[in-house]
Design a protein around this ligand. Sequence first.
Ligand code: GCV
Length: 613
Amino acid sequence: MDGWMERRAWLPMLNQLPQEGLETPLAMAKYELEAYFAGREKTVCRLDAALGEGFEITEENGGLSIRGGETGVLYGAYALIRARACGEDLPRGVQKPYYPLRMINSWDNMDGSVERGYSGRSIWFEGGRFAYEPARIRQLGRMLASVGINVLCVNNVNVHQPAQHLLDTLLPDTARFASLLRPFGVRLMLSIDFSQPMQQGLPTADPLDEGVRAWWADTARRVWSAIPDLAGFLVKADSEHRPGPNTYGRSHAEGANMLARAIAPYGGALVWRAFVYNCMQDWRDQTTDRPRAAYDLYMPLDGAFDGNVILQVKHGPYDFQVREPLSPLLLGMKKTNLAIEFQLAQEYTGHQIDLYAMPPMWRECFDQMGKERVRAIAAVSNLGRDDNWTGHPFAAANLFAYGLFAWNPDADPEKALRQWAKLTYSLPENQTAALTGILMKSQEAYENYAATLGLCWMVTPGDHYGPNPYGYEFQAWGTYIRADRNAVGIDRTGGGTGYVNQYPEPLRSLYADAHTCPDNLLLFFHRLPYSFVMKDGRTLIQRIYDDHFLGCAQAEEMARALSGLELPFPDRKEAEERMQKQLANAREWRDIVNTFFHRFCGIADDKGRKIYD
Ligand code: GCV
């Protein structure tokens, strides 16, 4: 038996799925209910197409009825099982997902590697083609469906040449893969390369060229006839050396709309990423400020995109840093369909070695933005071929909770994490509470040692794990902290780069004044002397020292709490091994960052703790 089959994921995934039959969500729903309740509870599923992905659970003849659309009944079955397993009340009334597209973006390459993957190799690609165990793909579909995720983009947004064949020579294989996920209500999405027509002999990929339009129209016809429920195309254009409409002097609206029109007849969504900035910046140039880039480019295009275009915006203006303000595009654009993009893969947040539970961050984003500002939600996958799926067994909590937030952006972070803990380990109540507590604390601890006061990019270049305060200082990526012997941070106020003016009031004024700016974003928006007095009376440098000592102590506290948990094997071993690495990492962050600033400013820690010269 393969290792992954023996690993627990959250309920109801403990039993194996039969490999034959179960070809529809309704059949899956009946199977899951039977397998979980084994007759202990009488259940009946009733199809009501009008409910679509929605469902309603009601009492009926001494049992329970789940009424829902084709996928709705399956979501209803999982909701019922989850409620029973957690000892919670059943959801009342009709339940419907808030966002119609609840997407996972996988950055899997056809050679089997995964960009920013920390859980092993791709689950479905190897050697330039699809290569997978069908049983594992079905289990994956089940995991996604059990938390309501309904779109899986299978290939990296950086579309390397072999992945272009997913649309032509490999299309039958792509279609076969899609059919494995269909019984779970999970639809495929494909990342495409804007210059793809040129690989097929066209002289240009200019979006206004008739031949290019015809090529995409023909491609869309072929692709959708093979995969009629394909959710759409995902595009990274004019970003980090990827081709795009700018090459031809065309706007992003012209580029996106051309593709959107090719796929509109089939109901496809054209998801266009807003992660566009100058990645060839001269560090000496202090007039260019990377966080401004997306707003400067896209705000003038608000209202110019077709109805089936979705502009997918990373939650912050930089790149999934530990602490960033909400992207001002998410607040500014009013006439464009938007999706918010999160990153479950812990690229900057600990590589699925250090603990970093994301739901508290998502709560902050939705509270600030308002859930109705976006029409869809996406997250970069943290999945891989490791037996435990997510590298760190607790990183699965982020995938689980992401599904819950995508379904209901009003979700409560603590409740979501507690459910995951309970459904995964069935520990005694006090241990579930302790595990939830560790997870709830994890973001704060990581932020304290890796990104206090909104200082981004102090990471090892390229790899992005571990401290290197000046690692990105003289690079071309627009990633600077500008620390010197007097001050640190970038002035993004009106008197500086003007970035703060991209925010509506009252945020603009709040952020613009260093005395009202939230502490956790202070050095994101301001350049301040080390002697700056913070709201609580401490100096800026003292706060930097304190937070690094605190973050490290919080990691030690988490390690102590972890050692008291009676986790099953091998989760306990994996979690403890990773915790040892986290502790080493936290100490490196503490000592390197504190030493870095101490050497610049020469100011001693007022608590007399060890800081190196
Ligand atoms: C897929 C960051 C990452 C890249 C990633 C890119 C993106 O720059 O480091 O690996 O590329 O974001 O989101 O497109």
